[in-house]
Each structure stands twice: as structure tokens, then as C-alpha cells.
Design a protein around this ligand. Structure first.
Ligand SMILES: Cc1ncc(COP(=O)(O)O)c(C=O)c1O
Length: 375
């Protein structure tokens, strides 16, 4: 058996649309495919304005610029997350105040945020781990009380909801990823969503290297020039064409991933608790089947499970190392212990999950996990 952890899924139309972009002779960004993809998200999820980017990291960097992060401003970020959730703000000079995870899942513990707020707090970054919603009502309540901006890191959260509201539509800004490990992919790719209309005009300018080029092409101004800071955040039409082929199949992809996820759950729930805890989906959240993870009892148990599966040709992998004790940030962190975050760093293991995974593969992996338990 040889089951990888992830395998990019192709719908079959990617090369066709990429060829079409080439044949149309419009290869740079902000062309027809970019507009189609952005409109898809705006219409389907009600995001006020979407801008495709070359990665979610870039979308977060744009968010940091829009939030006007100045050196010394504080940004509250969960420690159990991908580097970019913090890095994007650090590049603008922010001090990261790391927050702990909940006990029941790796998302930021909304009840512990208020104690971290100071007069310098400018942004809270909830990360919807595994595409499962953070407690957004509580987070927005705190943000509104202290006049703080919220940037949702929705890298993994496409097509997922909080109390019926699409993730990415609740904070002032949000960022998605289309990296090849995500549900919908473009190789590398991302998207910034702007829900607070105050930021729309500036976002377009930052996106287009600090120029008002997008306004010029819409005929709103008769020349364009350098009006602000920015960078080249927009992807080429070739990337957008690839993404379009994926978006056309979003429902099929999601239906199949959810089927695989439910199969894992049905097979493993009987032995959950005794050996490990299964992914927790709070009542207020939906499951977009981005990831199927288990939380083992301790680091040794997790290492043994990973080895057991690897010996049988199945690649299961752990995830983040706590950012507050990372080589880059350890001496900048304020010294608080973040025990839940450390526990997930030690104990969480992700099982293979990709659209082309077969039912038989899932059943076989579950059998291996069960046989391991019986030892
Ligand atoms: C939570 C989170 N934020 C940000 C990123 C960065 O995404 P990208 O690789 O598109 O820059 C990732 C990527 O895995 C992620 O999981």
C-alpha cells in the first residue's frame, strides 16, 4: 500500500482553460478569468469584494497594510497556526500576542482574548483550523467593544459556515488559500475578501503595485499613476484559469470530500476516546472536510501511530509547532504558557484526505488504526 497524505485533484478542465487564457493573449493579472473567479465568490458567499492573490500569505500581507499596522502595534494570533497568520503582520512591524487554543479544538479560545487586549491592540486574527469556524460572535463582540479589526485567516475554510454565515464574510477582511493542499487549488494562490467597504478602494491600489490602474481600466480615471504603497499581489490569468476549472466543480469536490470524512468518522468513532479524540465540530460550525485529524493521548502515542501507519505505507502527519516557541519568535514572546496549543502540537495527527482517495483506502487505513489499538 502506498497512500500519500495529499494528492492534488484535477477536474480535467484546467489545461483547457489555461490554453484559452494563452490563446486569448491576455496573460497578466486582472483579466477575464480573474474576474470570473472573484465574481463567483462574491455571488456565492456574499463577500463584498474579492481580489485574487498569489497566495494566502500575500492576502494576509495586504490585510496587514490595510489595517495600517505600525511598528509596535499588537496583533492577537493563535499560536497553533501556520507561520503566515503571524508573519504577514510581523512584516509590517507588529508585535504578536499569541493566544491559546480551546480545549476541545485547535481554534483560538475566544474567552481568553479579552485579557490580552491593550491600548496597542489593533487586530485579532481568528484562524478557522481545518475549516471549522472559530466562535465569531464572541470574537466580533470583543472587537467591536475595543474598536479592533478582525482579519479571518480562512486559508482552509472554503465553503464552510458559522451559524449559517460563510466563513470569510464575518471579519472586516479575510484571506483564503488555493495552495495545492487545500480543497480548491491553483498550485499556489489565494484571495483577499474585503467585507468592510472602507477598505475596497485602497485594497485594489495595494494589489496593483500602489497604482490606481484598476480604476483606469474601468474608465473611472483618464490616467493612472503611483498613489500609495503596494506590491505585485495579483496572480496571472494562467493561474486564474486553473482556479476557474476547480471552482466550476466546487460542489462535486465538496460532496466527495465530505463523504470520505464521514466514512472515517463512522469507522473510527467506536474507538475514539479510548485511544484518541476525533475532530471536534462545534454546534455553530459546519464541516468542509478539509482535514480529518485525531488527537492522541500524548506525543509518544502519536509518534507510535504515525510509525505504525508509515510501516504499512500510509502517510499520516502531525501539523503546526507552536509559534510562540519557534526559533524566530521564542525570545519575542512574553513568556506565557499556552498549554492547549502545545498539546495540539504534540498530539494531533492528520490522516490522508484528498478527493481522489478511495473508499477502500479509507476503510483500510481505519482497519490499520483499529488493529494498532488492539495491540
Ligand atoms: C492557516 C493558514 N494560514 C495561511 C496559510 C498560507 O497559505 P498560502 O500557502 O496560500 O500562502 C496556510 C497554508 O497552509 C494556512 O494553513
Amino acid at each position: 500500500m502506498n497512500i500519500p497524505f495529499n494528492k492534488p485533484h484535477l477536474t480535467g478542465k484546467e489545461a483547457h482553460y489555461m490554453y484559452q487564457a494563452v490563446a486569448d493573449g491576455k496573460l497578466s493579472g486582472n483579466g477575464a478569468f480573474t474576474k470570473k473567479c472573484q465574481q463567483f465568490f462574491e455571488e456565492r458567499y456574499g463577500f463584498k469584494k474579492c481580489l485574487l492573490t498569489t497566495s494566502c500569505t500575500d492576502a494576509l500581507e495586504m490585510a496587514a497594510i490595510l489595517c495600517d499596522i505600525q511598528p509596535g502595534d499588537e496583533v492577537i494570533v493563535p499560536s497553533y497556526t501556520f507561520v503566515s497568520s503571524a508573519l504577514a503582520f510581523v512584516r509590517s512591524g507588529a508585535k504578536i500576542v499569541f493566544a491559546d487554543s480551546m480545549q476541545s479544538n485547535p481554534n483560538i479560545d475566544a474567552e481568553k482574548i479579552e485579557a490580552l487586549i491593550t491600548p496597542r491592540t489593533k487586530v485579532i486574527v481568528p484562524v478557522h483550523y481545518a475549516g471549522v469556524a472559530c466562535d465569531m460572535d464572541r470574537i466580533m463582540e470583543i472587537a467591536n467593544k475595543y474598536n479592533i479589526l478582525v482579519v479571518e485567516d480562512a486559508a482552509q475554510a472554503i465553503d464552510s459556515y458559522y451559524k449559517g454565515r460563510p466563513l470569510g464574510s464575518i471579519g472586516h477582511l479575510s484571506a483564503f488559500s488555493f495552495h495545492e493542499t487545500k480543497n480548491i487549488i491553483a498550485g499556489e494562490g489565494g484571495m483577499l475578501c474585503i467585507n468592510d467597504e472602507r477598505f475596497i478602494r485602497r485594497a485594489e491600489i495595494i494589489w496593483e503595485k500602489g497604482t490606481n490602474r484598476a480604476e483606469f481600466f474601468r474608465g473611472e480615471v483618464n490616467k493612472y499613476g503611483w498613489v500609495d504603497i503596494g506590491s505585485s499581489f495579483l496572480p496571472s490569468e494562467v493561474n486564474a484559469a486553473f482556479l476557474w476549472a476547480q471552482l466550476e466543480n466546487l460542489d462535486e469536490i465538496q460532496t466527495h470530500r465530505k463523504h470520505l470524512w464521514e466514512l472515517y468518522k463512522a469507522e473510527l468513532s467506536a474507538i475514539g476516546n479510548r485511544q484518541f479524540v476525533l475532530s471536534d465540530i462545534p454546534e455553530y460550525a459546519t464541516n468542509n472536510a478539509h482535514m480529518f485529524y485525531l488527537v492522541c493521548k500524548n506525543l509518544d502515542a502519536r509518534s507510535a501511530l504515525i510509525k505504525h501507519l508509515k510501516d504499512k505505507g500510509v502517510l499520516a502527519v502531525f501539523h503546526y509547532l507552536s509559534l510562540h516557541s519557534s526559533p524566530y519568535y521564542a525570545d519575542k514572546h512574553d513568556g506565557r504558557d499556552l498549554p492547549e496549543c502545545d498539546r495540539f502540537a504534540d498530539c494531533l495527527v492528520r490522516l490522508p484526505m484528498y478527493c481522489d482517495l478511495k473508499d477502500e483506502d479509507v476503510l483500510e487505513i481505519c482497519k490499520m488504526i483499529k488493529s494498532y489499538e488492539m495491540k
